[in-house]
Design a protein around this ligand. Sequence first.
Ligand code: NA7
Length: 556
Amino acid sequence: MTSSSTASTNEGAAVREYDVIVIGAGLAGIGMLRRLRDDGFSVVVLEAGGGVGGTWYWNRYPGACCDSASEVYSYSFSDELLQTWSWKTRYPTQPQVLSYLEYVTERFDLNRHIEFNQRVESATFETGDNRWRVRTEAGGVFAARYVLTAVGCLSEPLVPSYEGLDDFAGEVYYTARWPHEEVDLRGKRVAVIGTGSSGIQIIPAIADDVAQLTVFQRTANYAIPARNRPLTTEDEAKIKANYPAIREEARWTPTGNLYRPDEASALTVDPDERRRRYQRDWDEGGFQLLFGGYYDLGSDEEANATVTDFVREKIGSVVADPATREKLVPRDHPIGTKRPPLDEHYFEVFNRENVTLVDLKAEPVVRIAAHGILTAKAEYPLDVIIFATGFDAVTGALNKIDIGTSDGRKLRQEWADGPRTYLGVATAGFPNLFMITGPQSPSVMGTVTISIEQHIEWIGDLLSYARAHDIDLIEATAQAQDAWVSHVQDLIAGALLAKYSSWYLGSNVPGKTRTILTYAGGVGTYRARADEVRDAGYEGFTLTPSHAPAGAGGGR
Ligand code: NA7
Protein backbone atom coordinates (compact mmCIF):
# COMPACT_ATOMS: atom_id res chain seq x y z
CA MET A 1 0.00 0.00 0.00
CA THR A 2 2.46 2.62 -1.01
CA SER A 3 1.44 3.91 -4.37
CA SER A 4 -1.19 6.38 -5.48
CA SER A 5 -2.99 6.07 -8.79
CA THR A 6 -5.61 7.76 -10.91
CA ALA A 7 -8.96 6.42 -12.22
CA SER A 8 -12.02 8.31 -13.41
CA THR A 9 -15.57 8.84 -12.13
CA ASN A 10 -18.81 8.29 -14.04
CA GLU A 11 -18.92 12.06 -14.56
CA GLY A 12 -15.47 11.84 -16.09
CA ALA A 13 -13.51 13.62 -13.33
CA ALA A 14 -10.17 12.00 -12.57
CA VAL A 15 -10.24 10.16 -9.25
CA ARG A 16 -6.95 10.12 -7.45
CA GLU A 17 -6.46 6.99 -5.40
CA TYR A 18 -4.52 6.75 -2.14
CA ASP A 19 -4.31 4.56 0.91
CA VAL A 20 -5.24 7.46 3.18
CA ILE A 21 -6.84 10.88 2.81
CA VAL A 22 -6.17 13.29 5.65
CA ILE A 23 -8.42 16.35 5.85
CA GLY A 24 -6.60 19.40 7.20
CA ALA A 25 -2.95 20.53 7.30
CA GLY A 26 -2.76 21.95 10.79
CA LEU A 27 -0.75 20.42 13.63
CA ALA A 28 -2.78 17.21 13.46
CA GLY A 29 -2.76 16.76 9.70
CA ILE A 30 0.95 17.48 9.26
CA GLY A 31 1.88 15.14 12.10
CA MET A 32 -0.39 12.37 10.81
CA LEU A 33 1.02 12.74 7.31
CA ARG A 34 4.59 12.46 8.57
CA ARG A 35 3.79 9.30 10.52
CA LEU A 36 1.88 7.53 7.72
CA ARG A 37 4.31 8.57 5.00
CA ASP A 38 7.16 7.11 7.07
CA ASP A 39 5.10 3.95 7.61
CA GLY A 40 4.89 3.51 3.85
CA PHE A 41 1.28 4.49 3.17
CA SER A 42 0.34 6.66 0.21
CA VAL A 43 -1.26 9.76 1.69
CA VAL A 44 -2.79 12.98 0.45
CA VAL A 45 -3.66 15.86 2.76
CA LEU A 46 -6.51 18.09 1.57
CA GLU A 47 -6.30 21.57 3.02
CA ALA A 48 -8.84 24.39 2.61
CA GLY A 49 -6.27 27.13 3.16
CA GLY A 50 -3.45 28.30 0.96
CA GLY A 51 -0.76 27.09 3.36
CA VAL A 52 -0.12 24.83 6.33
CA GLY A 53 -0.90 25.77 9.92
CA GLY A 54 -4.65 25.34 10.52
CA THR A 55 -5.54 27.49 13.53
CA TRP A 56 -2.23 29.29 13.21
CA TYR A 57 -2.80 29.95 9.52
CA TRP A 58 -6.25 31.50 9.97
CA ASN A 59 -6.02 33.22 13.38
CA ARG A 60 -3.22 35.63 12.53
CA TYR A 61 -4.72 38.62 14.35
CA PRO A 62 -2.51 41.00 16.36
CA GLY A 63 -1.68 39.51 19.76
CA ALA A 64 -2.55 35.90 18.77
CA CYS A 65 -0.59 33.62 21.06
CA CYS A 66 -0.58 30.08 22.36
CA ASP A 67 -1.68 29.51 25.97
CA SER A 68 0.56 26.45 26.39
CA ALA A 69 4.28 26.72 27.03
CA SER A 70 6.58 25.96 24.11
CA GLU A 71 8.03 22.82 25.70
CA VAL A 72 4.68 21.06 25.30
CA TYR A 73 3.44 22.87 22.19
CA SER A 74 5.46 21.13 19.49
CA TYR A 75 6.03 17.70 17.98
CA SER A 76 8.09 15.16 19.90
CA PHE A 77 8.57 12.59 17.12
CA SER A 78 12.07 13.85 16.28
CA ASP A 79 14.77 14.52 18.86
CA GLU A 80 16.68 16.40 16.24
CA LEU A 81 13.71 18.73 15.67
CA LEU A 82 13.30 19.30 19.41
CA GLN A 83 16.97 20.17 19.70
CA THR A 84 17.36 22.34 16.61
CA TRP A 85 14.21 24.47 16.77
CA SER A 86 14.44 27.47 19.11
CA TRP A 87 11.32 29.02 20.61
CA LYS A 88 11.71 32.68 21.40
CA THR A 89 9.14 33.08 24.16
CA ARG A 90 7.70 31.07 27.04
CA TYR A 91 4.36 30.93 25.20
CA PRO A 92 4.82 30.79 21.42
CA THR A 93 3.21 33.63 19.51
CA GLN A 94 1.19 32.95 16.35
CA PRO A 95 4.01 33.91 13.93
CA GLN A 96 6.37 31.52 15.74
CA VAL A 97 3.98 28.56 15.62
CA LEU A 98 3.19 29.18 11.97
CA SER A 99 6.91 29.42 11.08
CA TYR A 100 7.53 26.23 13.03
CA LEU A 101 4.84 24.32 11.13
CA GLU A 102 6.13 25.64 7.81
CA TYR A 103 9.63 24.59 8.82
CA VAL A 104 8.54 21.07 9.84
CA THR A 105 6.68 20.64 6.55
CA GLU A 106 9.76 21.71 4.62
CA ARG A 107 12.30 19.84 6.74
CA PHE A 108 10.45 16.52 6.51
CA ASP A 109 9.58 17.01 2.85
CA LEU A 110 5.83 16.88 3.41
CA ASN A 111 4.62 19.63 1.07
CA ARG A 112 4.51 17.32 -1.93
CA HIS A 113 1.73 15.33 -0.23
CA ILE A 114 -0.47 18.35 0.56
CA GLU A 115 -3.09 19.80 -1.79
CA PHE A 116 -3.88 23.40 -0.83
CA ASN A 117 -7.09 25.32 -1.58
CA GLN A 118 -9.01 22.05 -1.51
CA ARG A 119 -11.91 22.54 0.90
CA VAL A 120 -13.57 19.16 1.35
CA GLU A 121 -17.32 19.29 0.81
CA SER A 122 -18.20 15.61 1.08
CA ALA A 123 -16.79 12.24 2.06
CA THR A 124 -18.80 9.14 1.17
CA PHE A 125 -18.04 5.57 2.10
CA GLU A 126 -18.86 3.38 -0.89
CA THR A 127 -20.14 0.18 0.69
CA GLY A 128 -19.64 -1.84 -2.50
CA ASP A 129 -15.90 -1.42 -2.76
CA ASN A 130 -15.12 -0.35 0.81
CA ARG A 131 -13.50 2.88 -0.23
CA TRP A 132 -14.05 6.47 0.76
CA ARG A 133 -14.64 8.98 -2.00
CA VAL A 134 -13.89 12.59 -1.11
CA ARG A 135 -14.95 15.61 -3.16
CA THR A 136 -13.68 19.14 -2.78
CA GLU A 137 -15.32 22.47 -3.59
CA ALA A 138 -12.63 22.99 -6.22
CA GLY A 139 -13.90 19.91 -8.07
CA GLY A 140 -11.24 17.43 -6.93
CA VAL A 141 -12.24 13.79 -6.44
CA PHE A 142 -10.06 11.57 -4.26
CA ALA A 143 -10.51 7.98 -3.12
CA ALA A 144 -8.87 6.01 -0.34
CA ARG A 145 -9.34 3.13 2.03
CA TYR A 146 -9.14 5.46 5.03
CA VAL A 147 -10.25 9.01 5.76
CA LEU A 148 -8.69 10.73 8.73
CA THR A 149 -10.10 14.06 9.83
CA ALA A 150 -7.69 16.64 11.20
CA VAL A 151 -10.10 19.55 10.93
CA GLY A 152 -9.47 21.21 14.29
CA CYS A 153 -11.74 21.71 17.28
CA LEU A 154 -11.86 25.50 17.10
CA SER A 155 -11.88 26.10 13.38
CA GLU A 156 -15.47 26.72 12.29
CA PRO A 157 -16.04 30.40 13.12
CA LEU A 158 -19.25 31.59 14.69
CA VAL A 159 -20.53 34.95 13.50
CA PRO A 160 -23.60 36.61 14.99
CA SER A 161 -26.38 37.33 12.51
CA TYR A 162 -26.73 41.00 13.34
CA GLU A 163 -29.19 42.81 11.16
CA GLY A 164 -27.57 45.36 8.86
CA LEU A 165 -24.02 43.99 8.74
CA ASP A 166 -24.09 44.18 4.95
CA ASP A 167 -24.98 47.89 5.19
CA PHE A 168 -21.86 48.71 7.18
CA ALA A 169 -19.70 51.06 5.11
CA GLY A 170 -16.48 50.42 7.03
CA GLU A 171 -14.14 47.43 7.24
CA VAL A 172 -15.19 44.12 8.83
CA TYR A 173 -12.69 41.55 10.14
CA TYR A 174 -12.92 38.21 11.92
CA THR A 175 -10.13 37.16 14.26
CA ALA A 176 -10.59 33.59 13.00
CA ARG A 177 -10.11 34.69 9.37
CA TRP A 178 -7.60 37.50 9.74
CA PRO A 179 -6.22 38.81 6.42
CA HIS A 180 -2.69 37.99 5.30
CA GLU A 181 -1.98 41.56 4.32
CA GLU A 182 -1.30 44.22 6.92
CA VAL A 183 -4.48 45.66 8.46
CA ASP A 184 -3.96 49.32 9.24
CA LEU A 185 -6.06 50.29 12.25
CA ARG A 186 -4.14 53.48 13.02
CA GLY A 187 -6.31 56.45 13.77
CA LYS A 188 -9.54 54.49 13.25
CA ARG A 189 -12.63 53.99 15.40
CA VAL A 190 -12.63 50.25 16.00
CA ALA A 191 -15.13 47.86 17.63
CA VAL A 192 -14.20 44.46 19.00
CA ILE A 193 -17.20 42.18 19.62
CA GLY A 194 -16.47 39.28 21.96
CA THR A 195 -14.31 38.90 25.05
CA GLY A 196 -13.13 35.28 24.94
CA SER A 197 -9.45 34.37 24.42
CA SER A 198 -9.30 35.99 20.97
CA GLY A 199 -10.91 39.27 22.06
CA ILE A 200 -8.79 39.39 25.21
CA GLN A 201 -5.64 38.91 23.10
CA ILE A 202 -6.40 41.39 20.32
CA ILE A 203 -7.78 44.21 22.49
CA PRO A 204 -4.52 45.13 24.30
CA ALA A 205 -2.54 44.49 21.11
CA ILE A 206 -4.40 47.19 19.12
CA ALA A 207 -5.42 49.67 21.84
CA ASP A 208 -2.33 51.83 21.29
CA ASP A 209 -2.83 52.14 17.54
CA VAL A 210 -6.49 52.94 17.21
CA ALA A 211 -8.14 56.32 17.72
CA GLN A 212 -11.05 54.86 19.63
CA LEU A 213 -11.66 51.28 20.73
CA THR A 214 -15.16 50.16 21.72
CA VAL A 215 -15.37 46.71 23.28
CA PHE A 216 -18.76 45.00 23.05
CA GLN A 217 -18.93 42.51 25.90
CA ARG A 218 -21.76 40.00 26.27
CA THR A 219 -20.34 38.10 29.24
CA ALA A 220 -17.68 39.48 31.54
CA ASN A 221 -14.76 37.05 31.50
CA TYR A 222 -12.00 36.11 33.88
CA ALA A 223 -8.44 36.21 32.64
CA ILE A 224 -5.23 35.11 34.26
CA PRO A 225 -1.97 36.89 33.42
CA ALA A 226 0.08 34.90 30.91
CA ARG A 227 3.29 36.72 31.86
CA ASN A 228 4.83 35.75 28.58
CA ARG A 229 8.53 36.55 28.34
CA PRO A 230 11.51 35.83 26.14
CA LEU A 231 13.20 32.50 26.79
CA THR A 232 16.79 33.05 27.88
CA THR A 233 19.66 30.89 26.65
CA GLU A 234 19.62 29.18 30.06
CA ASP A 235 15.85 28.52 29.84
CA GLU A 236 16.29 26.99 26.41
CA ALA A 237 19.24 24.83 27.46
CA LYS A 238 17.31 23.54 30.47
CA ILE A 239 14.26 22.65 28.38
CA LYS A 240 16.36 20.96 25.70
CA ALA A 241 18.25 18.91 28.26
CA ASN A 242 14.96 17.67 29.71
CA TYR A 243 12.70 17.23 26.70
CA PRO A 244 12.10 13.46 27.01
CA ALA A 245 11.14 13.77 30.68
CA ILE A 246 9.00 16.89 30.10
CA ARG A 247 7.04 15.29 27.29
CA GLU A 248 6.59 12.00 29.10
CA GLU A 249 5.27 13.80 32.16
CA ALA A 250 2.85 15.90 30.10
CA ARG A 251 1.39 12.78 28.48
CA TRP A 252 0.10 11.48 31.81
CA THR A 253 -1.18 14.57 33.61
CA PRO A 254 -4.88 15.54 33.62
CA THR A 255 -4.31 18.55 31.34
CA GLY A 256 -1.51 17.26 29.11
CA ASN A 257 0.71 19.90 30.61
CA LEU A 258 3.07 20.04 33.53
CA TYR A 259 0.38 21.20 35.94
CA ARG A 260 -0.44 18.67 38.65
CA PRO A 261 -3.45 19.33 40.87
CA ASP A 262 -2.72 19.48 44.56
CA GLU A 263 -3.93 16.66 46.78
CA ALA A 264 -5.31 19.16 49.30
CA SER A 265 -8.79 20.67 49.17
CA ALA A 266 -9.03 24.46 48.97
CA LEU A 267 -11.31 24.24 51.99
CA THR A 268 -8.96 22.45 54.37
CA VAL A 269 -6.05 24.88 54.21
CA ASP A 270 -5.58 27.95 56.29
CA PRO A 271 -7.10 30.96 54.44
CA ASP A 272 -3.89 33.02 54.74
CA GLU A 273 -1.80 30.17 53.39
CA ARG A 274 -4.31 29.67 50.57
CA ARG A 275 -4.12 33.31 49.64
CA ARG A 276 -0.33 33.24 49.60
CA ARG A 277 -0.52 30.22 47.33
CA TYR A 278 -2.94 31.97 44.93
CA GLN A 279 -0.74 35.07 44.91
CA ARG A 280 2.34 32.99 44.11
CA ASP A 281 0.56 31.22 41.25
CA TRP A 282 -0.86 34.53 39.99
CA ASP A 283 2.64 36.02 39.92
CA GLU A 284 3.95 32.96 38.09
CA GLY A 285 1.22 33.37 35.42
CA GLY A 286 -0.43 30.80 33.19
CA PHE A 287 -2.82 28.08 34.29
CA GLN A 288 -0.90 27.05 37.40
CA LEU A 289 -3.52 28.92 39.46
CA LEU A 290 -6.33 26.69 38.22
CA PHE A 291 -4.85 23.40 37.01
CA GLY A 292 -1.94 23.17 39.44
CA GLY A 293 -4.09 24.31 42.35
CA TYR A 294 -6.29 22.55 44.89
CA TYR A 295 -7.93 19.47 43.42
CA ASP A 296 -11.53 20.55 44.08
CA LEU A 297 -11.54 23.93 42.30
CA GLY A 298 -13.44 22.44 39.37
CA SER A 299 -15.82 20.25 41.32
CA ASP A 300 -16.83 22.03 44.50
CA GLU A 301 -18.64 25.37 44.36
CA GLU A 302 -17.34 26.52 47.74
CA ALA A 303 -13.74 25.55 46.95
CA ASN A 304 -14.00 27.24 43.57
CA ALA A 305 -15.36 30.41 45.21
CA THR A 306 -12.02 30.88 46.98
CA VAL A 307 -10.15 31.26 43.70
CA THR A 308 -13.02 32.97 41.87
CA ASP A 309 -13.13 35.66 44.57
CA PHE A 310 -9.35 36.04 44.39
CA VAL A 311 -9.47 36.69 40.64
CA ARG A 312 -12.48 39.02 40.93
CA GLU A 313 -10.52 41.05 43.47
CA LYS A 314 -7.52 41.21 41.11
CA ILE A 315 -9.65 42.46 38.22
CA GLY A 316 -11.32 44.99 40.48
CA SER A 317 -7.98 46.30 41.72
CA VAL A 318 -6.83 47.14 38.18
CA VAL A 319 -9.83 48.98 36.75
CA ALA A 320 -10.05 52.59 37.92
CA ASP A 321 -13.56 53.63 36.88
CA PRO A 322 -16.18 52.09 39.24
CA ALA A 323 -18.89 51.71 36.55
CA THR A 324 -16.48 50.02 34.12
CA ARG A 325 -15.12 47.85 36.91
CA GLU A 326 -18.63 46.71 37.79
CA LYS A 327 -19.19 45.60 34.19
CA LEU A 328 -15.83 43.84 33.91
CA VAL A 329 -15.91 41.74 37.06
CA PRO A 330 -17.70 38.48 36.18
CA ARG A 331 -20.58 37.68 38.53
CA ASP A 332 -22.69 35.14 36.64
CA HIS A 333 -20.34 32.17 36.49
CA PRO A 334 -17.40 30.82 38.49
CA ILE A 335 -13.91 30.77 37.03
CA GLY A 336 -13.11 27.69 34.94
CA THR A 337 -16.65 27.03 33.76
CA LYS A 338 -15.74 28.72 30.47
CA ARG A 339 -12.28 28.17 29.00
CA PRO A 340 -10.30 30.83 30.91
CA PRO A 341 -8.16 33.10 28.72
CA LEU A 342 -4.62 34.12 29.57
CA ASP A 343 -4.02 37.83 29.12
CA GLU A 344 -1.35 40.48 28.76
CA HIS A 345 -2.60 43.60 30.55
CA TYR A 346 -6.15 43.21 29.27
CA PHE A 347 -7.96 44.86 32.16
CA GLU A 348 -5.50 47.79 32.25
CA VAL A 349 -6.70 48.74 28.75
CA PHE A 350 -9.98 49.94 30.20
CA ASN A 351 -8.16 52.72 32.09
CA ARG A 352 -7.22 54.32 28.77
CA GLU A 353 -9.00 57.42 27.52
CA ASN A 354 -9.56 55.90 24.08
CA VAL A 355 -11.27 52.68 25.26
CA THR A 356 -14.98 52.26 26.01
CA LEU A 357 -16.76 49.16 27.29
CA VAL A 358 -20.31 48.39 26.16
CA ASP A 359 -22.24 45.85 28.22
CA LEU A 360 -24.43 44.02 25.71
CA LYS A 361 -26.59 42.55 28.47
CA ALA A 362 -27.63 46.09 29.44
CA GLU A 363 -27.79 47.43 25.89
CA PRO A 364 -28.13 44.71 23.25
CA VAL A 365 -27.25 45.38 19.64
CA VAL A 366 -30.32 46.49 17.72
CA ARG A 367 -28.63 46.56 14.35
CA ILE A 368 -25.53 47.55 12.45
CA ALA A 369 -25.91 50.76 10.49
CA ALA A 370 -23.81 52.21 7.68
CA HIS A 371 -21.51 54.06 10.07
CA GLY A 372 -21.66 52.20 13.35
CA ILE A 373 -23.41 49.88 15.76
CA LEU A 374 -26.78 50.80 17.19
CA THR A 375 -27.59 49.36 20.62
CA ALA A 376 -30.74 49.72 22.69
CA LYS A 377 -29.15 52.78 24.33
CA ALA A 378 -26.78 54.50 21.88
CA GLU A 379 -25.15 54.57 18.46
CA TYR A 380 -21.39 53.95 18.35
CA PRO A 381 -19.75 55.48 15.26
CA LEU A 382 -17.18 53.12 13.75
CA ASP A 383 -14.71 52.67 10.90
CA VAL A 384 -13.91 49.01 11.65
CA ILE A 385 -15.77 46.09 13.25
CA ILE A 386 -13.79 43.08 14.46
CA PHE A 387 -15.68 39.92 15.35
CA ALA A 388 -14.01 37.76 17.99
CA THR A 389 -17.15 35.74 18.60
CA GLY A 390 -15.77 32.22 18.80
CA PHE A 391 -16.39 28.92 17.10
CA ASP A 392 -18.86 26.12 16.59
CA ALA A 393 -16.46 24.05 18.65
CA VAL A 394 -15.42 20.41 18.27
CA THR A 395 -18.24 19.25 15.96
CA GLY A 396 -18.61 22.36 13.77
CA ALA A 397 -15.91 21.63 11.22
CA LEU A 398 -16.84 17.92 11.01
CA ASN A 399 -20.53 18.61 10.51
CA LYS A 400 -19.74 21.16 7.82
CA ILE A 401 -18.50 18.28 5.64
CA ASP A 402 -21.23 16.08 4.20
CA ILE A 403 -19.95 12.80 5.67
CA GLY A 404 -22.02 9.74 4.77
CA THR A 405 -22.20 6.29 3.28
CA SER A 406 -23.48 5.21 -0.12
CA ASP A 407 -26.38 3.44 1.58
CA GLY A 408 -27.69 6.68 2.99
CA ARG A 409 -26.26 7.21 6.48
CA LYS A 410 -25.35 10.82 7.27
CA LEU A 411 -23.08 11.79 10.13
CA ARG A 412 -24.87 15.12 10.62
CA GLN A 413 -28.19 13.34 11.08
CA GLU A 414 -26.76 10.74 13.43
CA TRP A 415 -25.21 13.52 15.51
CA ALA A 416 -28.25 15.80 15.49
CA ASP A 417 -28.64 15.33 19.26
CA GLY A 418 -24.90 15.51 19.89
CA PRO A 419 -21.88 13.54 18.72
CA ARG A 420 -21.65 9.80 19.33
CA THR A 421 -18.19 8.30 19.17
CA TYR A 422 -16.05 5.52 20.52
CA LEU A 423 -12.96 6.98 22.23
CA GLY A 424 -13.58 10.20 20.29
CA VAL A 425 -11.70 8.63 17.44
CA ALA A 426 -14.29 6.62 15.49
CA THR A 427 -18.04 6.45 15.07
CA ALA A 428 -20.23 3.38 14.51
CA GLY A 429 -21.62 3.01 11.00
CA PHE A 430 -18.71 4.83 9.35
CA PRO A 431 -15.93 2.27 8.84
CA ASN A 432 -12.33 3.32 8.21
CA LEU A 433 -13.04 6.91 9.30
CA PHE A 434 -10.92 8.19 12.17
CA MET A 435 -10.98 11.60 13.82
CA ILE A 436 -7.87 13.17 15.28
CA THR A 437 -9.02 14.94 18.47
CA GLY A 438 -12.61 14.09 17.61
CA PRO A 439 -15.60 14.78 19.86
CA GLN A 440 -15.54 13.01 23.25
CA SER A 441 -11.75 12.81 23.31
CA PRO A 442 -9.66 15.15 25.53
CA SER A 443 -8.62 17.42 22.61
CA VAL A 444 -9.03 21.05 23.67
CA MET A 445 -9.64 20.17 27.31
CA GLY A 446 -5.89 20.02 27.72
CA THR A 447 -2.77 20.82 25.73
CA VAL A 448 -3.99 19.96 22.27
CA THR A 449 -0.57 19.05 20.88
CA ILE A 450 -0.21 16.26 23.44
CA SER A 451 -3.63 14.86 22.56
CA ILE A 452 -2.97 15.26 18.84
CA GLU A 453 0.26 13.26 19.11
CA GLN A 454 -1.48 10.56 21.12
CA HIS A 455 -4.13 10.17 18.39
CA ILE A 456 -1.52 10.23 15.64
CA GLU A 457 0.39 7.41 17.31
CA TRP A 458 -2.75 5.43 18.11
CA ILE A 459 -4.26 5.74 14.64
CA GLY A 460 -0.87 5.10 13.02
CA ASP A 461 -0.52 1.90 15.06
CA LEU A 462 -4.03 0.83 14.11
CA LEU A 463 -3.51 1.30 10.38
CA SER A 464 -0.20 -0.60 10.49
CA TYR A 465 -1.88 -3.37 12.48
CA ALA A 466 -4.67 -3.60 9.89
CA ARG A 467 -2.13 -3.78 7.07
CA ALA A 468 -0.10 -6.46 8.85
CA HIS A 469 -3.24 -8.55 9.53
CA ASP A 470 -4.81 -8.02 6.12
CA ILE A 471 -7.79 -6.22 7.61
CA ASP A 472 -10.02 -4.34 5.21
CA LEU A 473 -12.59 -2.73 7.48
CA ILE A 474 -12.35 -1.25 10.95
CA GLU A 475 -15.54 -0.10 12.60
CA ALA A 476 -16.48 0.87 16.15
CA THR A 477 -19.27 -1.31 17.52
CA ALA A 478 -22.52 0.35 18.58
CA GLN A 479 -22.16 -1.21 22.06
CA ALA A 480 -18.68 0.19 22.62
CA GLN A 481 -19.86 3.55 21.38
CA ASP A 482 -22.94 3.61 23.66
CA ALA A 483 -20.76 2.78 26.64
CA TRP A 484 -18.24 5.50 25.73
CA VAL A 485 -20.92 8.17 25.27
CA SER A 486 -22.40 7.33 28.70
CA HIS A 487 -18.96 7.35 30.28
CA VAL A 488 -18.11 10.76 28.82
CA GLN A 489 -21.39 12.18 30.10
CA ASP A 490 -20.97 10.61 33.54
CA LEU A 491 -17.54 12.19 33.88
CA ILE A 492 -18.94 15.70 34.10
CA ALA A 493 -22.01 14.86 36.16
CA GLY A 494 -20.56 16.43 39.30
CA ALA A 495 -18.47 19.12 37.64
CA LEU A 496 -19.23 22.82 37.88
CA LEU A 497 -18.72 23.09 34.13
CA ALA A 498 -21.95 21.16 33.56
CA LYS A 499 -24.01 23.81 35.37
CA TYR A 500 -22.95 26.80 33.28
CA SER A 501 -22.63 27.75 29.59
CA SER A 502 -19.57 27.35 27.41
CA TRP A 503 -18.44 26.09 24.05
CA TYR A 504 -17.41 22.83 25.77
CA LEU A 505 -21.15 22.16 25.98
CA GLY A 506 -22.04 23.71 22.61
CA SER A 507 -24.14 26.31 24.40
CA ASN A 508 -22.53 29.23 22.54
CA VAL A 509 -24.17 28.14 19.26
CA PRO A 510 -27.87 28.95 18.87
CA GLY A 511 -29.84 25.71 18.41
CA LYS A 512 -26.93 23.35 19.13
CA THR A 513 -27.76 20.45 21.44
CA ARG A 514 -26.26 21.01 24.86
CA THR A 515 -23.94 18.12 25.62
CA ILE A 516 -20.33 17.77 26.69
CA LEU A 517 -18.15 17.74 23.57
CA THR A 518 -14.87 16.70 25.17
CA TYR A 519 -13.62 13.93 27.45
CA ALA A 520 -13.17 15.37 30.95
CA GLY A 521 -11.50 12.38 32.61
CA GLY A 522 -7.99 13.69 31.98
CA VAL A 523 -5.41 13.37 29.22
CA GLY A 524 -3.37 10.70 31.03
CA THR A 525 -6.39 8.60 32.00
CA TYR A 526 -7.64 8.72 28.41
CA ARG A 527 -4.25 7.64 27.08
CA ALA A 528 -4.22 4.67 29.45
CA ARG A 529 -7.70 3.60 28.27
CA ALA A 530 -6.76 3.97 24.58
CA ASP A 531 -3.62 1.89 25.21
CA GLU A 532 -5.72 -0.84 26.85
CA VAL A 533 -8.05 -0.92 23.85
CA ARG A 534 -5.05 -1.26 21.52
CA ASP A 535 -3.36 -3.89 23.67
CA ALA A 536 -6.57 -5.94 23.74
CA GLY A 537 -6.43 -6.15 19.92
CA TYR A 538 -8.67 -3.10 19.40
CA GLU A 539 -11.43 -4.08 21.73
CA GLY A 540 -14.74 -2.43 20.81
CA PHE A 541 -13.95 -2.42 17.09
CA THR A 542 -15.03 -4.93 14.48
CA LEU A 543 -12.05 -5.80 12.30
CA THR A 544 -13.03 -7.46 9.03
CA PRO A 545 -10.30 -9.27 7.07
CA SER A 546 -10.01 -8.79 3.32
CA HIS A 547 -12.01 -11.32 1.31
CA ALA A 548 -14.15 -12.20 4.35
CA PRO A 549 -17.62 -13.51 3.48
CA ALA A 550 -20.24 -10.73 3.68
CA GLY A 551 -21.19 -9.99 7.28
CA ALA A 552 -18.30 -11.93 8.79
CA GLY A 553 -16.59 -9.47 11.11
CA GLY A 554 -13.52 -10.55 12.99
CA GLY A 555 -14.49 -8.72 16.18
CA ARG A 556 -11.62 -8.52 18.61
P1 NA7 B 1 -14.87 32.23 22.74
O1 NA7 B 1 -14.06 31.90 23.91
O2 NA7 B 1 -16.05 31.37 22.43
O3 NA7 B 1 -15.34 33.73 22.94
C1 NA7 B 1 -16.30 34.31 22.10
C2 NA7 B 1 -16.73 35.62 22.67
O4 NA7 B 1 -17.70 36.21 21.79
C3 NA7 B 1 -17.42 35.48 24.02
O5 NA7 B 1 -17.13 36.61 24.79
C4 NA7 B 1 -18.89 35.46 23.63
O6 NA7 B 1 -19.77 35.84 24.65
C5 NA7 B 1 -18.88 36.47 22.52
N1 NA7 B 1 -20.02 36.32 21.61
C6 NA7 B 1 -20.41 35.20 20.95
N2 NA7 B 1 -21.52 35.47 20.23
C7 NA7 B 1 -21.81 36.76 20.46
C8 NA7 B 1 -22.84 37.61 20.01
N3 NA7 B 1 -23.82 37.15 19.21
N4 NA7 B 1 -22.85 38.89 20.42
C9 NA7 B 1 -21.89 39.33 21.27
N5 NA7 B 1 -20.90 38.57 21.73
C10 NA7 B 1 -20.87 37.31 21.33
O7 NA7 B 1 -14.01 32.29 21.41
P2 NA7 B 1 -12.50 32.77 21.24
O8 NA7 B 1 -12.21 32.81 19.80
O9 NA7 B 1 -12.24 33.98 22.01
O10 NA7 B 1 -11.68 31.62 21.90
C11 NA7 B 1 -11.91 30.28 21.49
C12 NA7 B 1 -10.83 29.40 22.01
O11 NA7 B 1 -9.64 29.57 21.25
C13 NA7 B 1 -10.39 29.65 23.40
O12 NA7 B 1 -11.25 29.15 24.35
C14 NA7 B 1 -9.03 29.00 23.43
O13 NA7 B 1 -9.18 27.61 23.57
C15 NA7 B 1 -8.49 29.32 22.07
P3 NA7 B 1 -20.43 34.73 25.65
O14 NA7 B 1 -19.35 34.41 26.64
O15 NA7 B 1 -20.79 33.54 24.79
O16 NA7 B 1 -21.60 35.41 26.22
